[in-house]
Design a protein around this ligand. Structure first.
Ligand code: ADP
Ligand code: TRP
Length: 322
């Protein structure tokens, strides 16, 4: 089974990204062959500074390695290192109805917010379809917001297979419901775009400040509190054992515990959860030669698979010289 997912290098990773898609990818390495890539071509819709793009891509590679993507077992690469994906995108563009793309949320959001959309944003789902289909992926672990894009991919693949023969595997999105939409510090969905994130690799002071800044109601210390409406508890549950979660829930309900104390416990829990990952990251950051090697080897592995698919596609559509 092939499991594939990508992440855009457009900013610092937050715990929504981690729980919604990176951790599922790390775990997927036990179930099948993982294809994991840094979607730098997709982030060109919003990053227009070459230096920033370059540095973000390096950082994303470090992040993924530090969090447990194993480049020996899995295929880990940078999207633009496999130019075949842009060739397939062009072929797929001709099977992607404009109406279907107009209904996609990233484009619709831009239009609704009066942001002038470029053609890259409009055809973003087609590039994503090429990512998924090029590697004949079976499963695509993503957060809920990407489900629509995987459906578009299936739609395009079905059209292609109907016209040219059964070439593409039809992928399925895999969404872990419990972590499909992690709330942000303000209670909306956590997202870079809303400036409400808890960044995994923030420094200790910033991390503590963000947690201590979580908005709470004004229930006094001695009164009982409802854990189920509290973001503090929502985060705590995501990192705690069942016993720890039950214990905090009881203390919320009993009263006598202030939100400030609950936040301190939350800080300790999440900070220590990421401690081994921070250590990995620091160690890896000192080894640029290794990082360059990982990038090069990953691209070669990905291209070998990509070319197998693309050869069949070229023959089917009649662009192959043979
Ligand atoms: P952002 O919304 O911060 O820009 P991205 O769009 O780059 O994040 O998302 C990268 C991956 O992380 C996607 O698979 C997405 O579904 C997942 N993801 C992002 N935010 C969350 C969240 N709050 N909860 C769960 N998964 C999320
Ligand atoms: N669009 C995805 C996001 O915003 C990133 C992505 C690009 C992706 N290509 C993909 C995810 C293919 C899964 C499969 O998060």
């Amino acid at each position: 089974m092939k499991i594939l997912s990508g992440i855009k290098p457009s900013g610092k990773l937050h715990i929504g990204n981690y729980l919604g898609m990176i951790k599922p990818m790390v775990q997927a390495q036990e179930r099948g062959r993982l294809f994991c890539f840094i979607a730098n071509l997709h982030s060109l819709t919003s990053v227009f500074d070459g230096n920033i793009m370059h540095d973000n891509t390096d950082e994303a590679l470090l992040d993924l390695l530090a969090l447990g993507i194993d480049p020996e077992r899995s295929v880990l690469w940078v999207q633009s290192d496999v130019p075949e994906v842009t060739e397939l995108t062009w072929y797929l563009n001709n099977l992607a109805p404009v109406g279907l793309l107009q209904r996609c949320h990233a484009y619709k959001d831009a239009v609704a917010r009066d942001i002038p959309a470029n053609n890259g944003l409009f055809s973003y789902p087609v590039l994503m379809a090429a990512d998924i289909l090029l590697y004949q992926s079976d499963l695509v672990p993503v957060g809920r917001d990407q489900k629509q894009h995987v459906e578009v991919t299936r739609d395009i693949a079905i059209r292609f297979n109907n016209i040219y023969g059964e070439i593409f595997t039809l992928p399925e999105a895999e969404i872990a419901e419990a972590v499909a939409a992690i709330p942000g510090l303000d209670g909306q969905k956590m997202s870079k775009s809303y400036d409400n994130t808890l960044e995994i690799f923030a420094d200790k002071k910033t991390f503590r400040k963000k947690i201590m800044g979580i908005k709470t109601d004004s229930t006094p210390v001695e009164e009982p509190k409802d854990p189920d409406t509290s973001i503090i508890y929502a985060y705590y549950k995501l990192f705690a054992t069942a016993q720890q979660a039950q214990d905090l829930s009881n203390r919320f309900r009993q009263g006598g515990m202030g939100y400030g104390d609950a936040k301190k416990e939350l800080f300790e829990l999440i900070w220590s959860h990421f401690e081994p990952f921070r250590e990995n990251r620091m160690r890896l950051a000192k080894d640029p030669v290794y990082l360059a090697e990982v990038r090069k080897t990953g691209a070669a592995k990905a291209r070998a698979v990509a070319n197998q698919t693309l050869d069949r596609v070229r023959t089917a559509i009649g662009t192959s010289g043979n």
